[in-house]
Design a protein around this ligand. Structure first.
Ligand code: SF4
Length: 391
């Protein structure tokens, strides 16, 4: 297994996406508090770490924390909106620090849609520059995209643009919108797609990438909406490989260790041949409709074999047959999801994630004020702040 952990380095951002699920909080990290989290992932024997946010490039100590994680032997990755990587010297600095892979987040190659989703003008050109600057700095470049109501019909148009204009990008990741937290939760009607809205364009996009020899992953999309490429489902791969994921949230959730990958299922899922390896329908937030699910009757073994036999996967060892996997899978214990509260972490002697300081509160208050004005201009709702933080 090659488990990968996530550290939210900051929770503020220089963009203002109406569906942001991890908006600003009063918590902040310094170099020391981030080192503790890197050490935690090393102690868990994790393969890598993803620096995320908010927008992680806004933390002044990011190069140092990347260098530290790299020295500790983690494969260091980052998810970014690309704004700061449009500066070539900054991309080079992160490359020198040991950043191995960057996921640049782009929702749409249509400038008016990207600008409306980001809440800020001029982001697309900078994200394109980030793709090129990161590659020139020796950092592997992927593209991440949140599937939402406004890009659902042209996911294929996006990838065709990227393969033509940025051919160095060899891997793509889609996350169907998580409507359970932050601004996504309070703006569901505006941004949450139906599965049928993107089924065709996602399929065209995956087929185009597959034919061009590129790889991809898709999260929070049930397998009945991606059967031909079921092996690319993030949840399915984690179920098959028995992987876990730790997220160090820079908010009241603190450290969450996720070992269960199933969401909710419809009655028809009971007869579906993919039920035991399917993540089902993402239910948190209650925005998706189980009536959109439909059982499929395809060869599950072929999907398991494709995942186990993928030499491009960091967990690949090539030793296990599908029959051996079945035996091992049946013996596995029930997975669990263990969110840990800050109080419980303190009790068990673990170091809390980040701190709420006077400076953090001041930054948070200033950011909330600015974001209220942005929200009004864009006509989106702002999320509820953490209890007491607005005082
Ligand atoms: S019918 Fe249910 S189990 Fe089958 S692919 Fe769809 S969501 Fe998964």
């Amino acid at each position: 297994m090659a488990n990968i952990g996530y550290i939210q380095v900051v929770r503020h951002c220089n963009h203002f996406c109406g569906f942001c699920s991890n908006p600003t909080t009063p918590y902040i990290h310094d170099l020391e508090s981030m080192r503790v989290l890197v050490d935690d992932l090393v102690a868990r024997d994790y393969f890598g770490v993803v620096m995320t946010g908010g927008e992680p490039t806004l933390h002044a100590n990011l190069p140092e924390i990347i260098a530290y994680a790299n020295e500790r032997g983690l494969h260091v990755r980052m998810i970014t909106n690309g704004w700061r990587l449009a500066d070539r010297s900054f991309a080079r600095e992160l490359g020198r620090a040991g950043l191995r892979l960057v996921h640049v987040s782009i929702y749409s190659v249509r400038p008016e849609i990207e600008a409306s989703l980001r809440g800020v003008e001029g982001t697309l050109g900078r994200a394109f520059a980030a793709l090129d600057n990161a590659a020139a700095a020796g950092i592997e470049v992927n593209i991440n995209s949140v599937i939402n109501r406004q890009n659902a019909d042209h996911l294929d148009v996006n990838v065709r643009y990227f393969t033509e204009h940025h051919p160095q990008v060899r891997h793509f990741v889609w996350n169907n919108l998580d409507p359970s937290m932050g601004r996504a939760e309070v703006n569901q009607e505006r941004f949450v797609p139906r599965l049928a809205d993107f089924e065709l364009s996602l399929h065209r996009a995956l087929r185009h990438l597959h034919r061009s020899g590129r790889s991809f992953r898709v999260e929070r999309v049930p397998l009945c909406y991606m059967t031909e490429f079921a092996w690319a489902s993030t949840e399915t791969r984690k179920i098959i490989k028995g992987e876990e994921r730790v997220v160090h949230f820079l908010d009241d959730k603190q450290t969450v260790r996720q070992t269960a990958w199933g969401h909710i299922y419809a009655d028809g899922c009971g007869v579906c041949s993919l039920r035991s390896i399917c993540g089902g329908l993402f239910d948190q937030g209650g925005a998706y409709d189980p009536a959109e699910l439909h059982p499929v009757f395809v060869d599950q073994g072929a999907i398991v074999g494709a995942v186990l036999g993928d030499p491009g996967d960091p967990s690949f060892n090539g030793d296990m047959s599908v029959a051996e996997w079945r035996q091992e899978f049946e013996l596995r214990g029930a997975p669990s999801q263990v969110p840990r509260s800050r109080a419980a972490m303190k009790e068990s002697g673990l170091v809390p994630v980040g701190r709420i300081t006077d400076r953090g509160r001041r930054l948070f208050a200033a950011k909330r004020k600015k974001e209220a004005a942005q929200a009004e201009r864009l006509g989106v709702a702002v999320e509820l702040g953490p209890a007491g933080a607005d005082e």
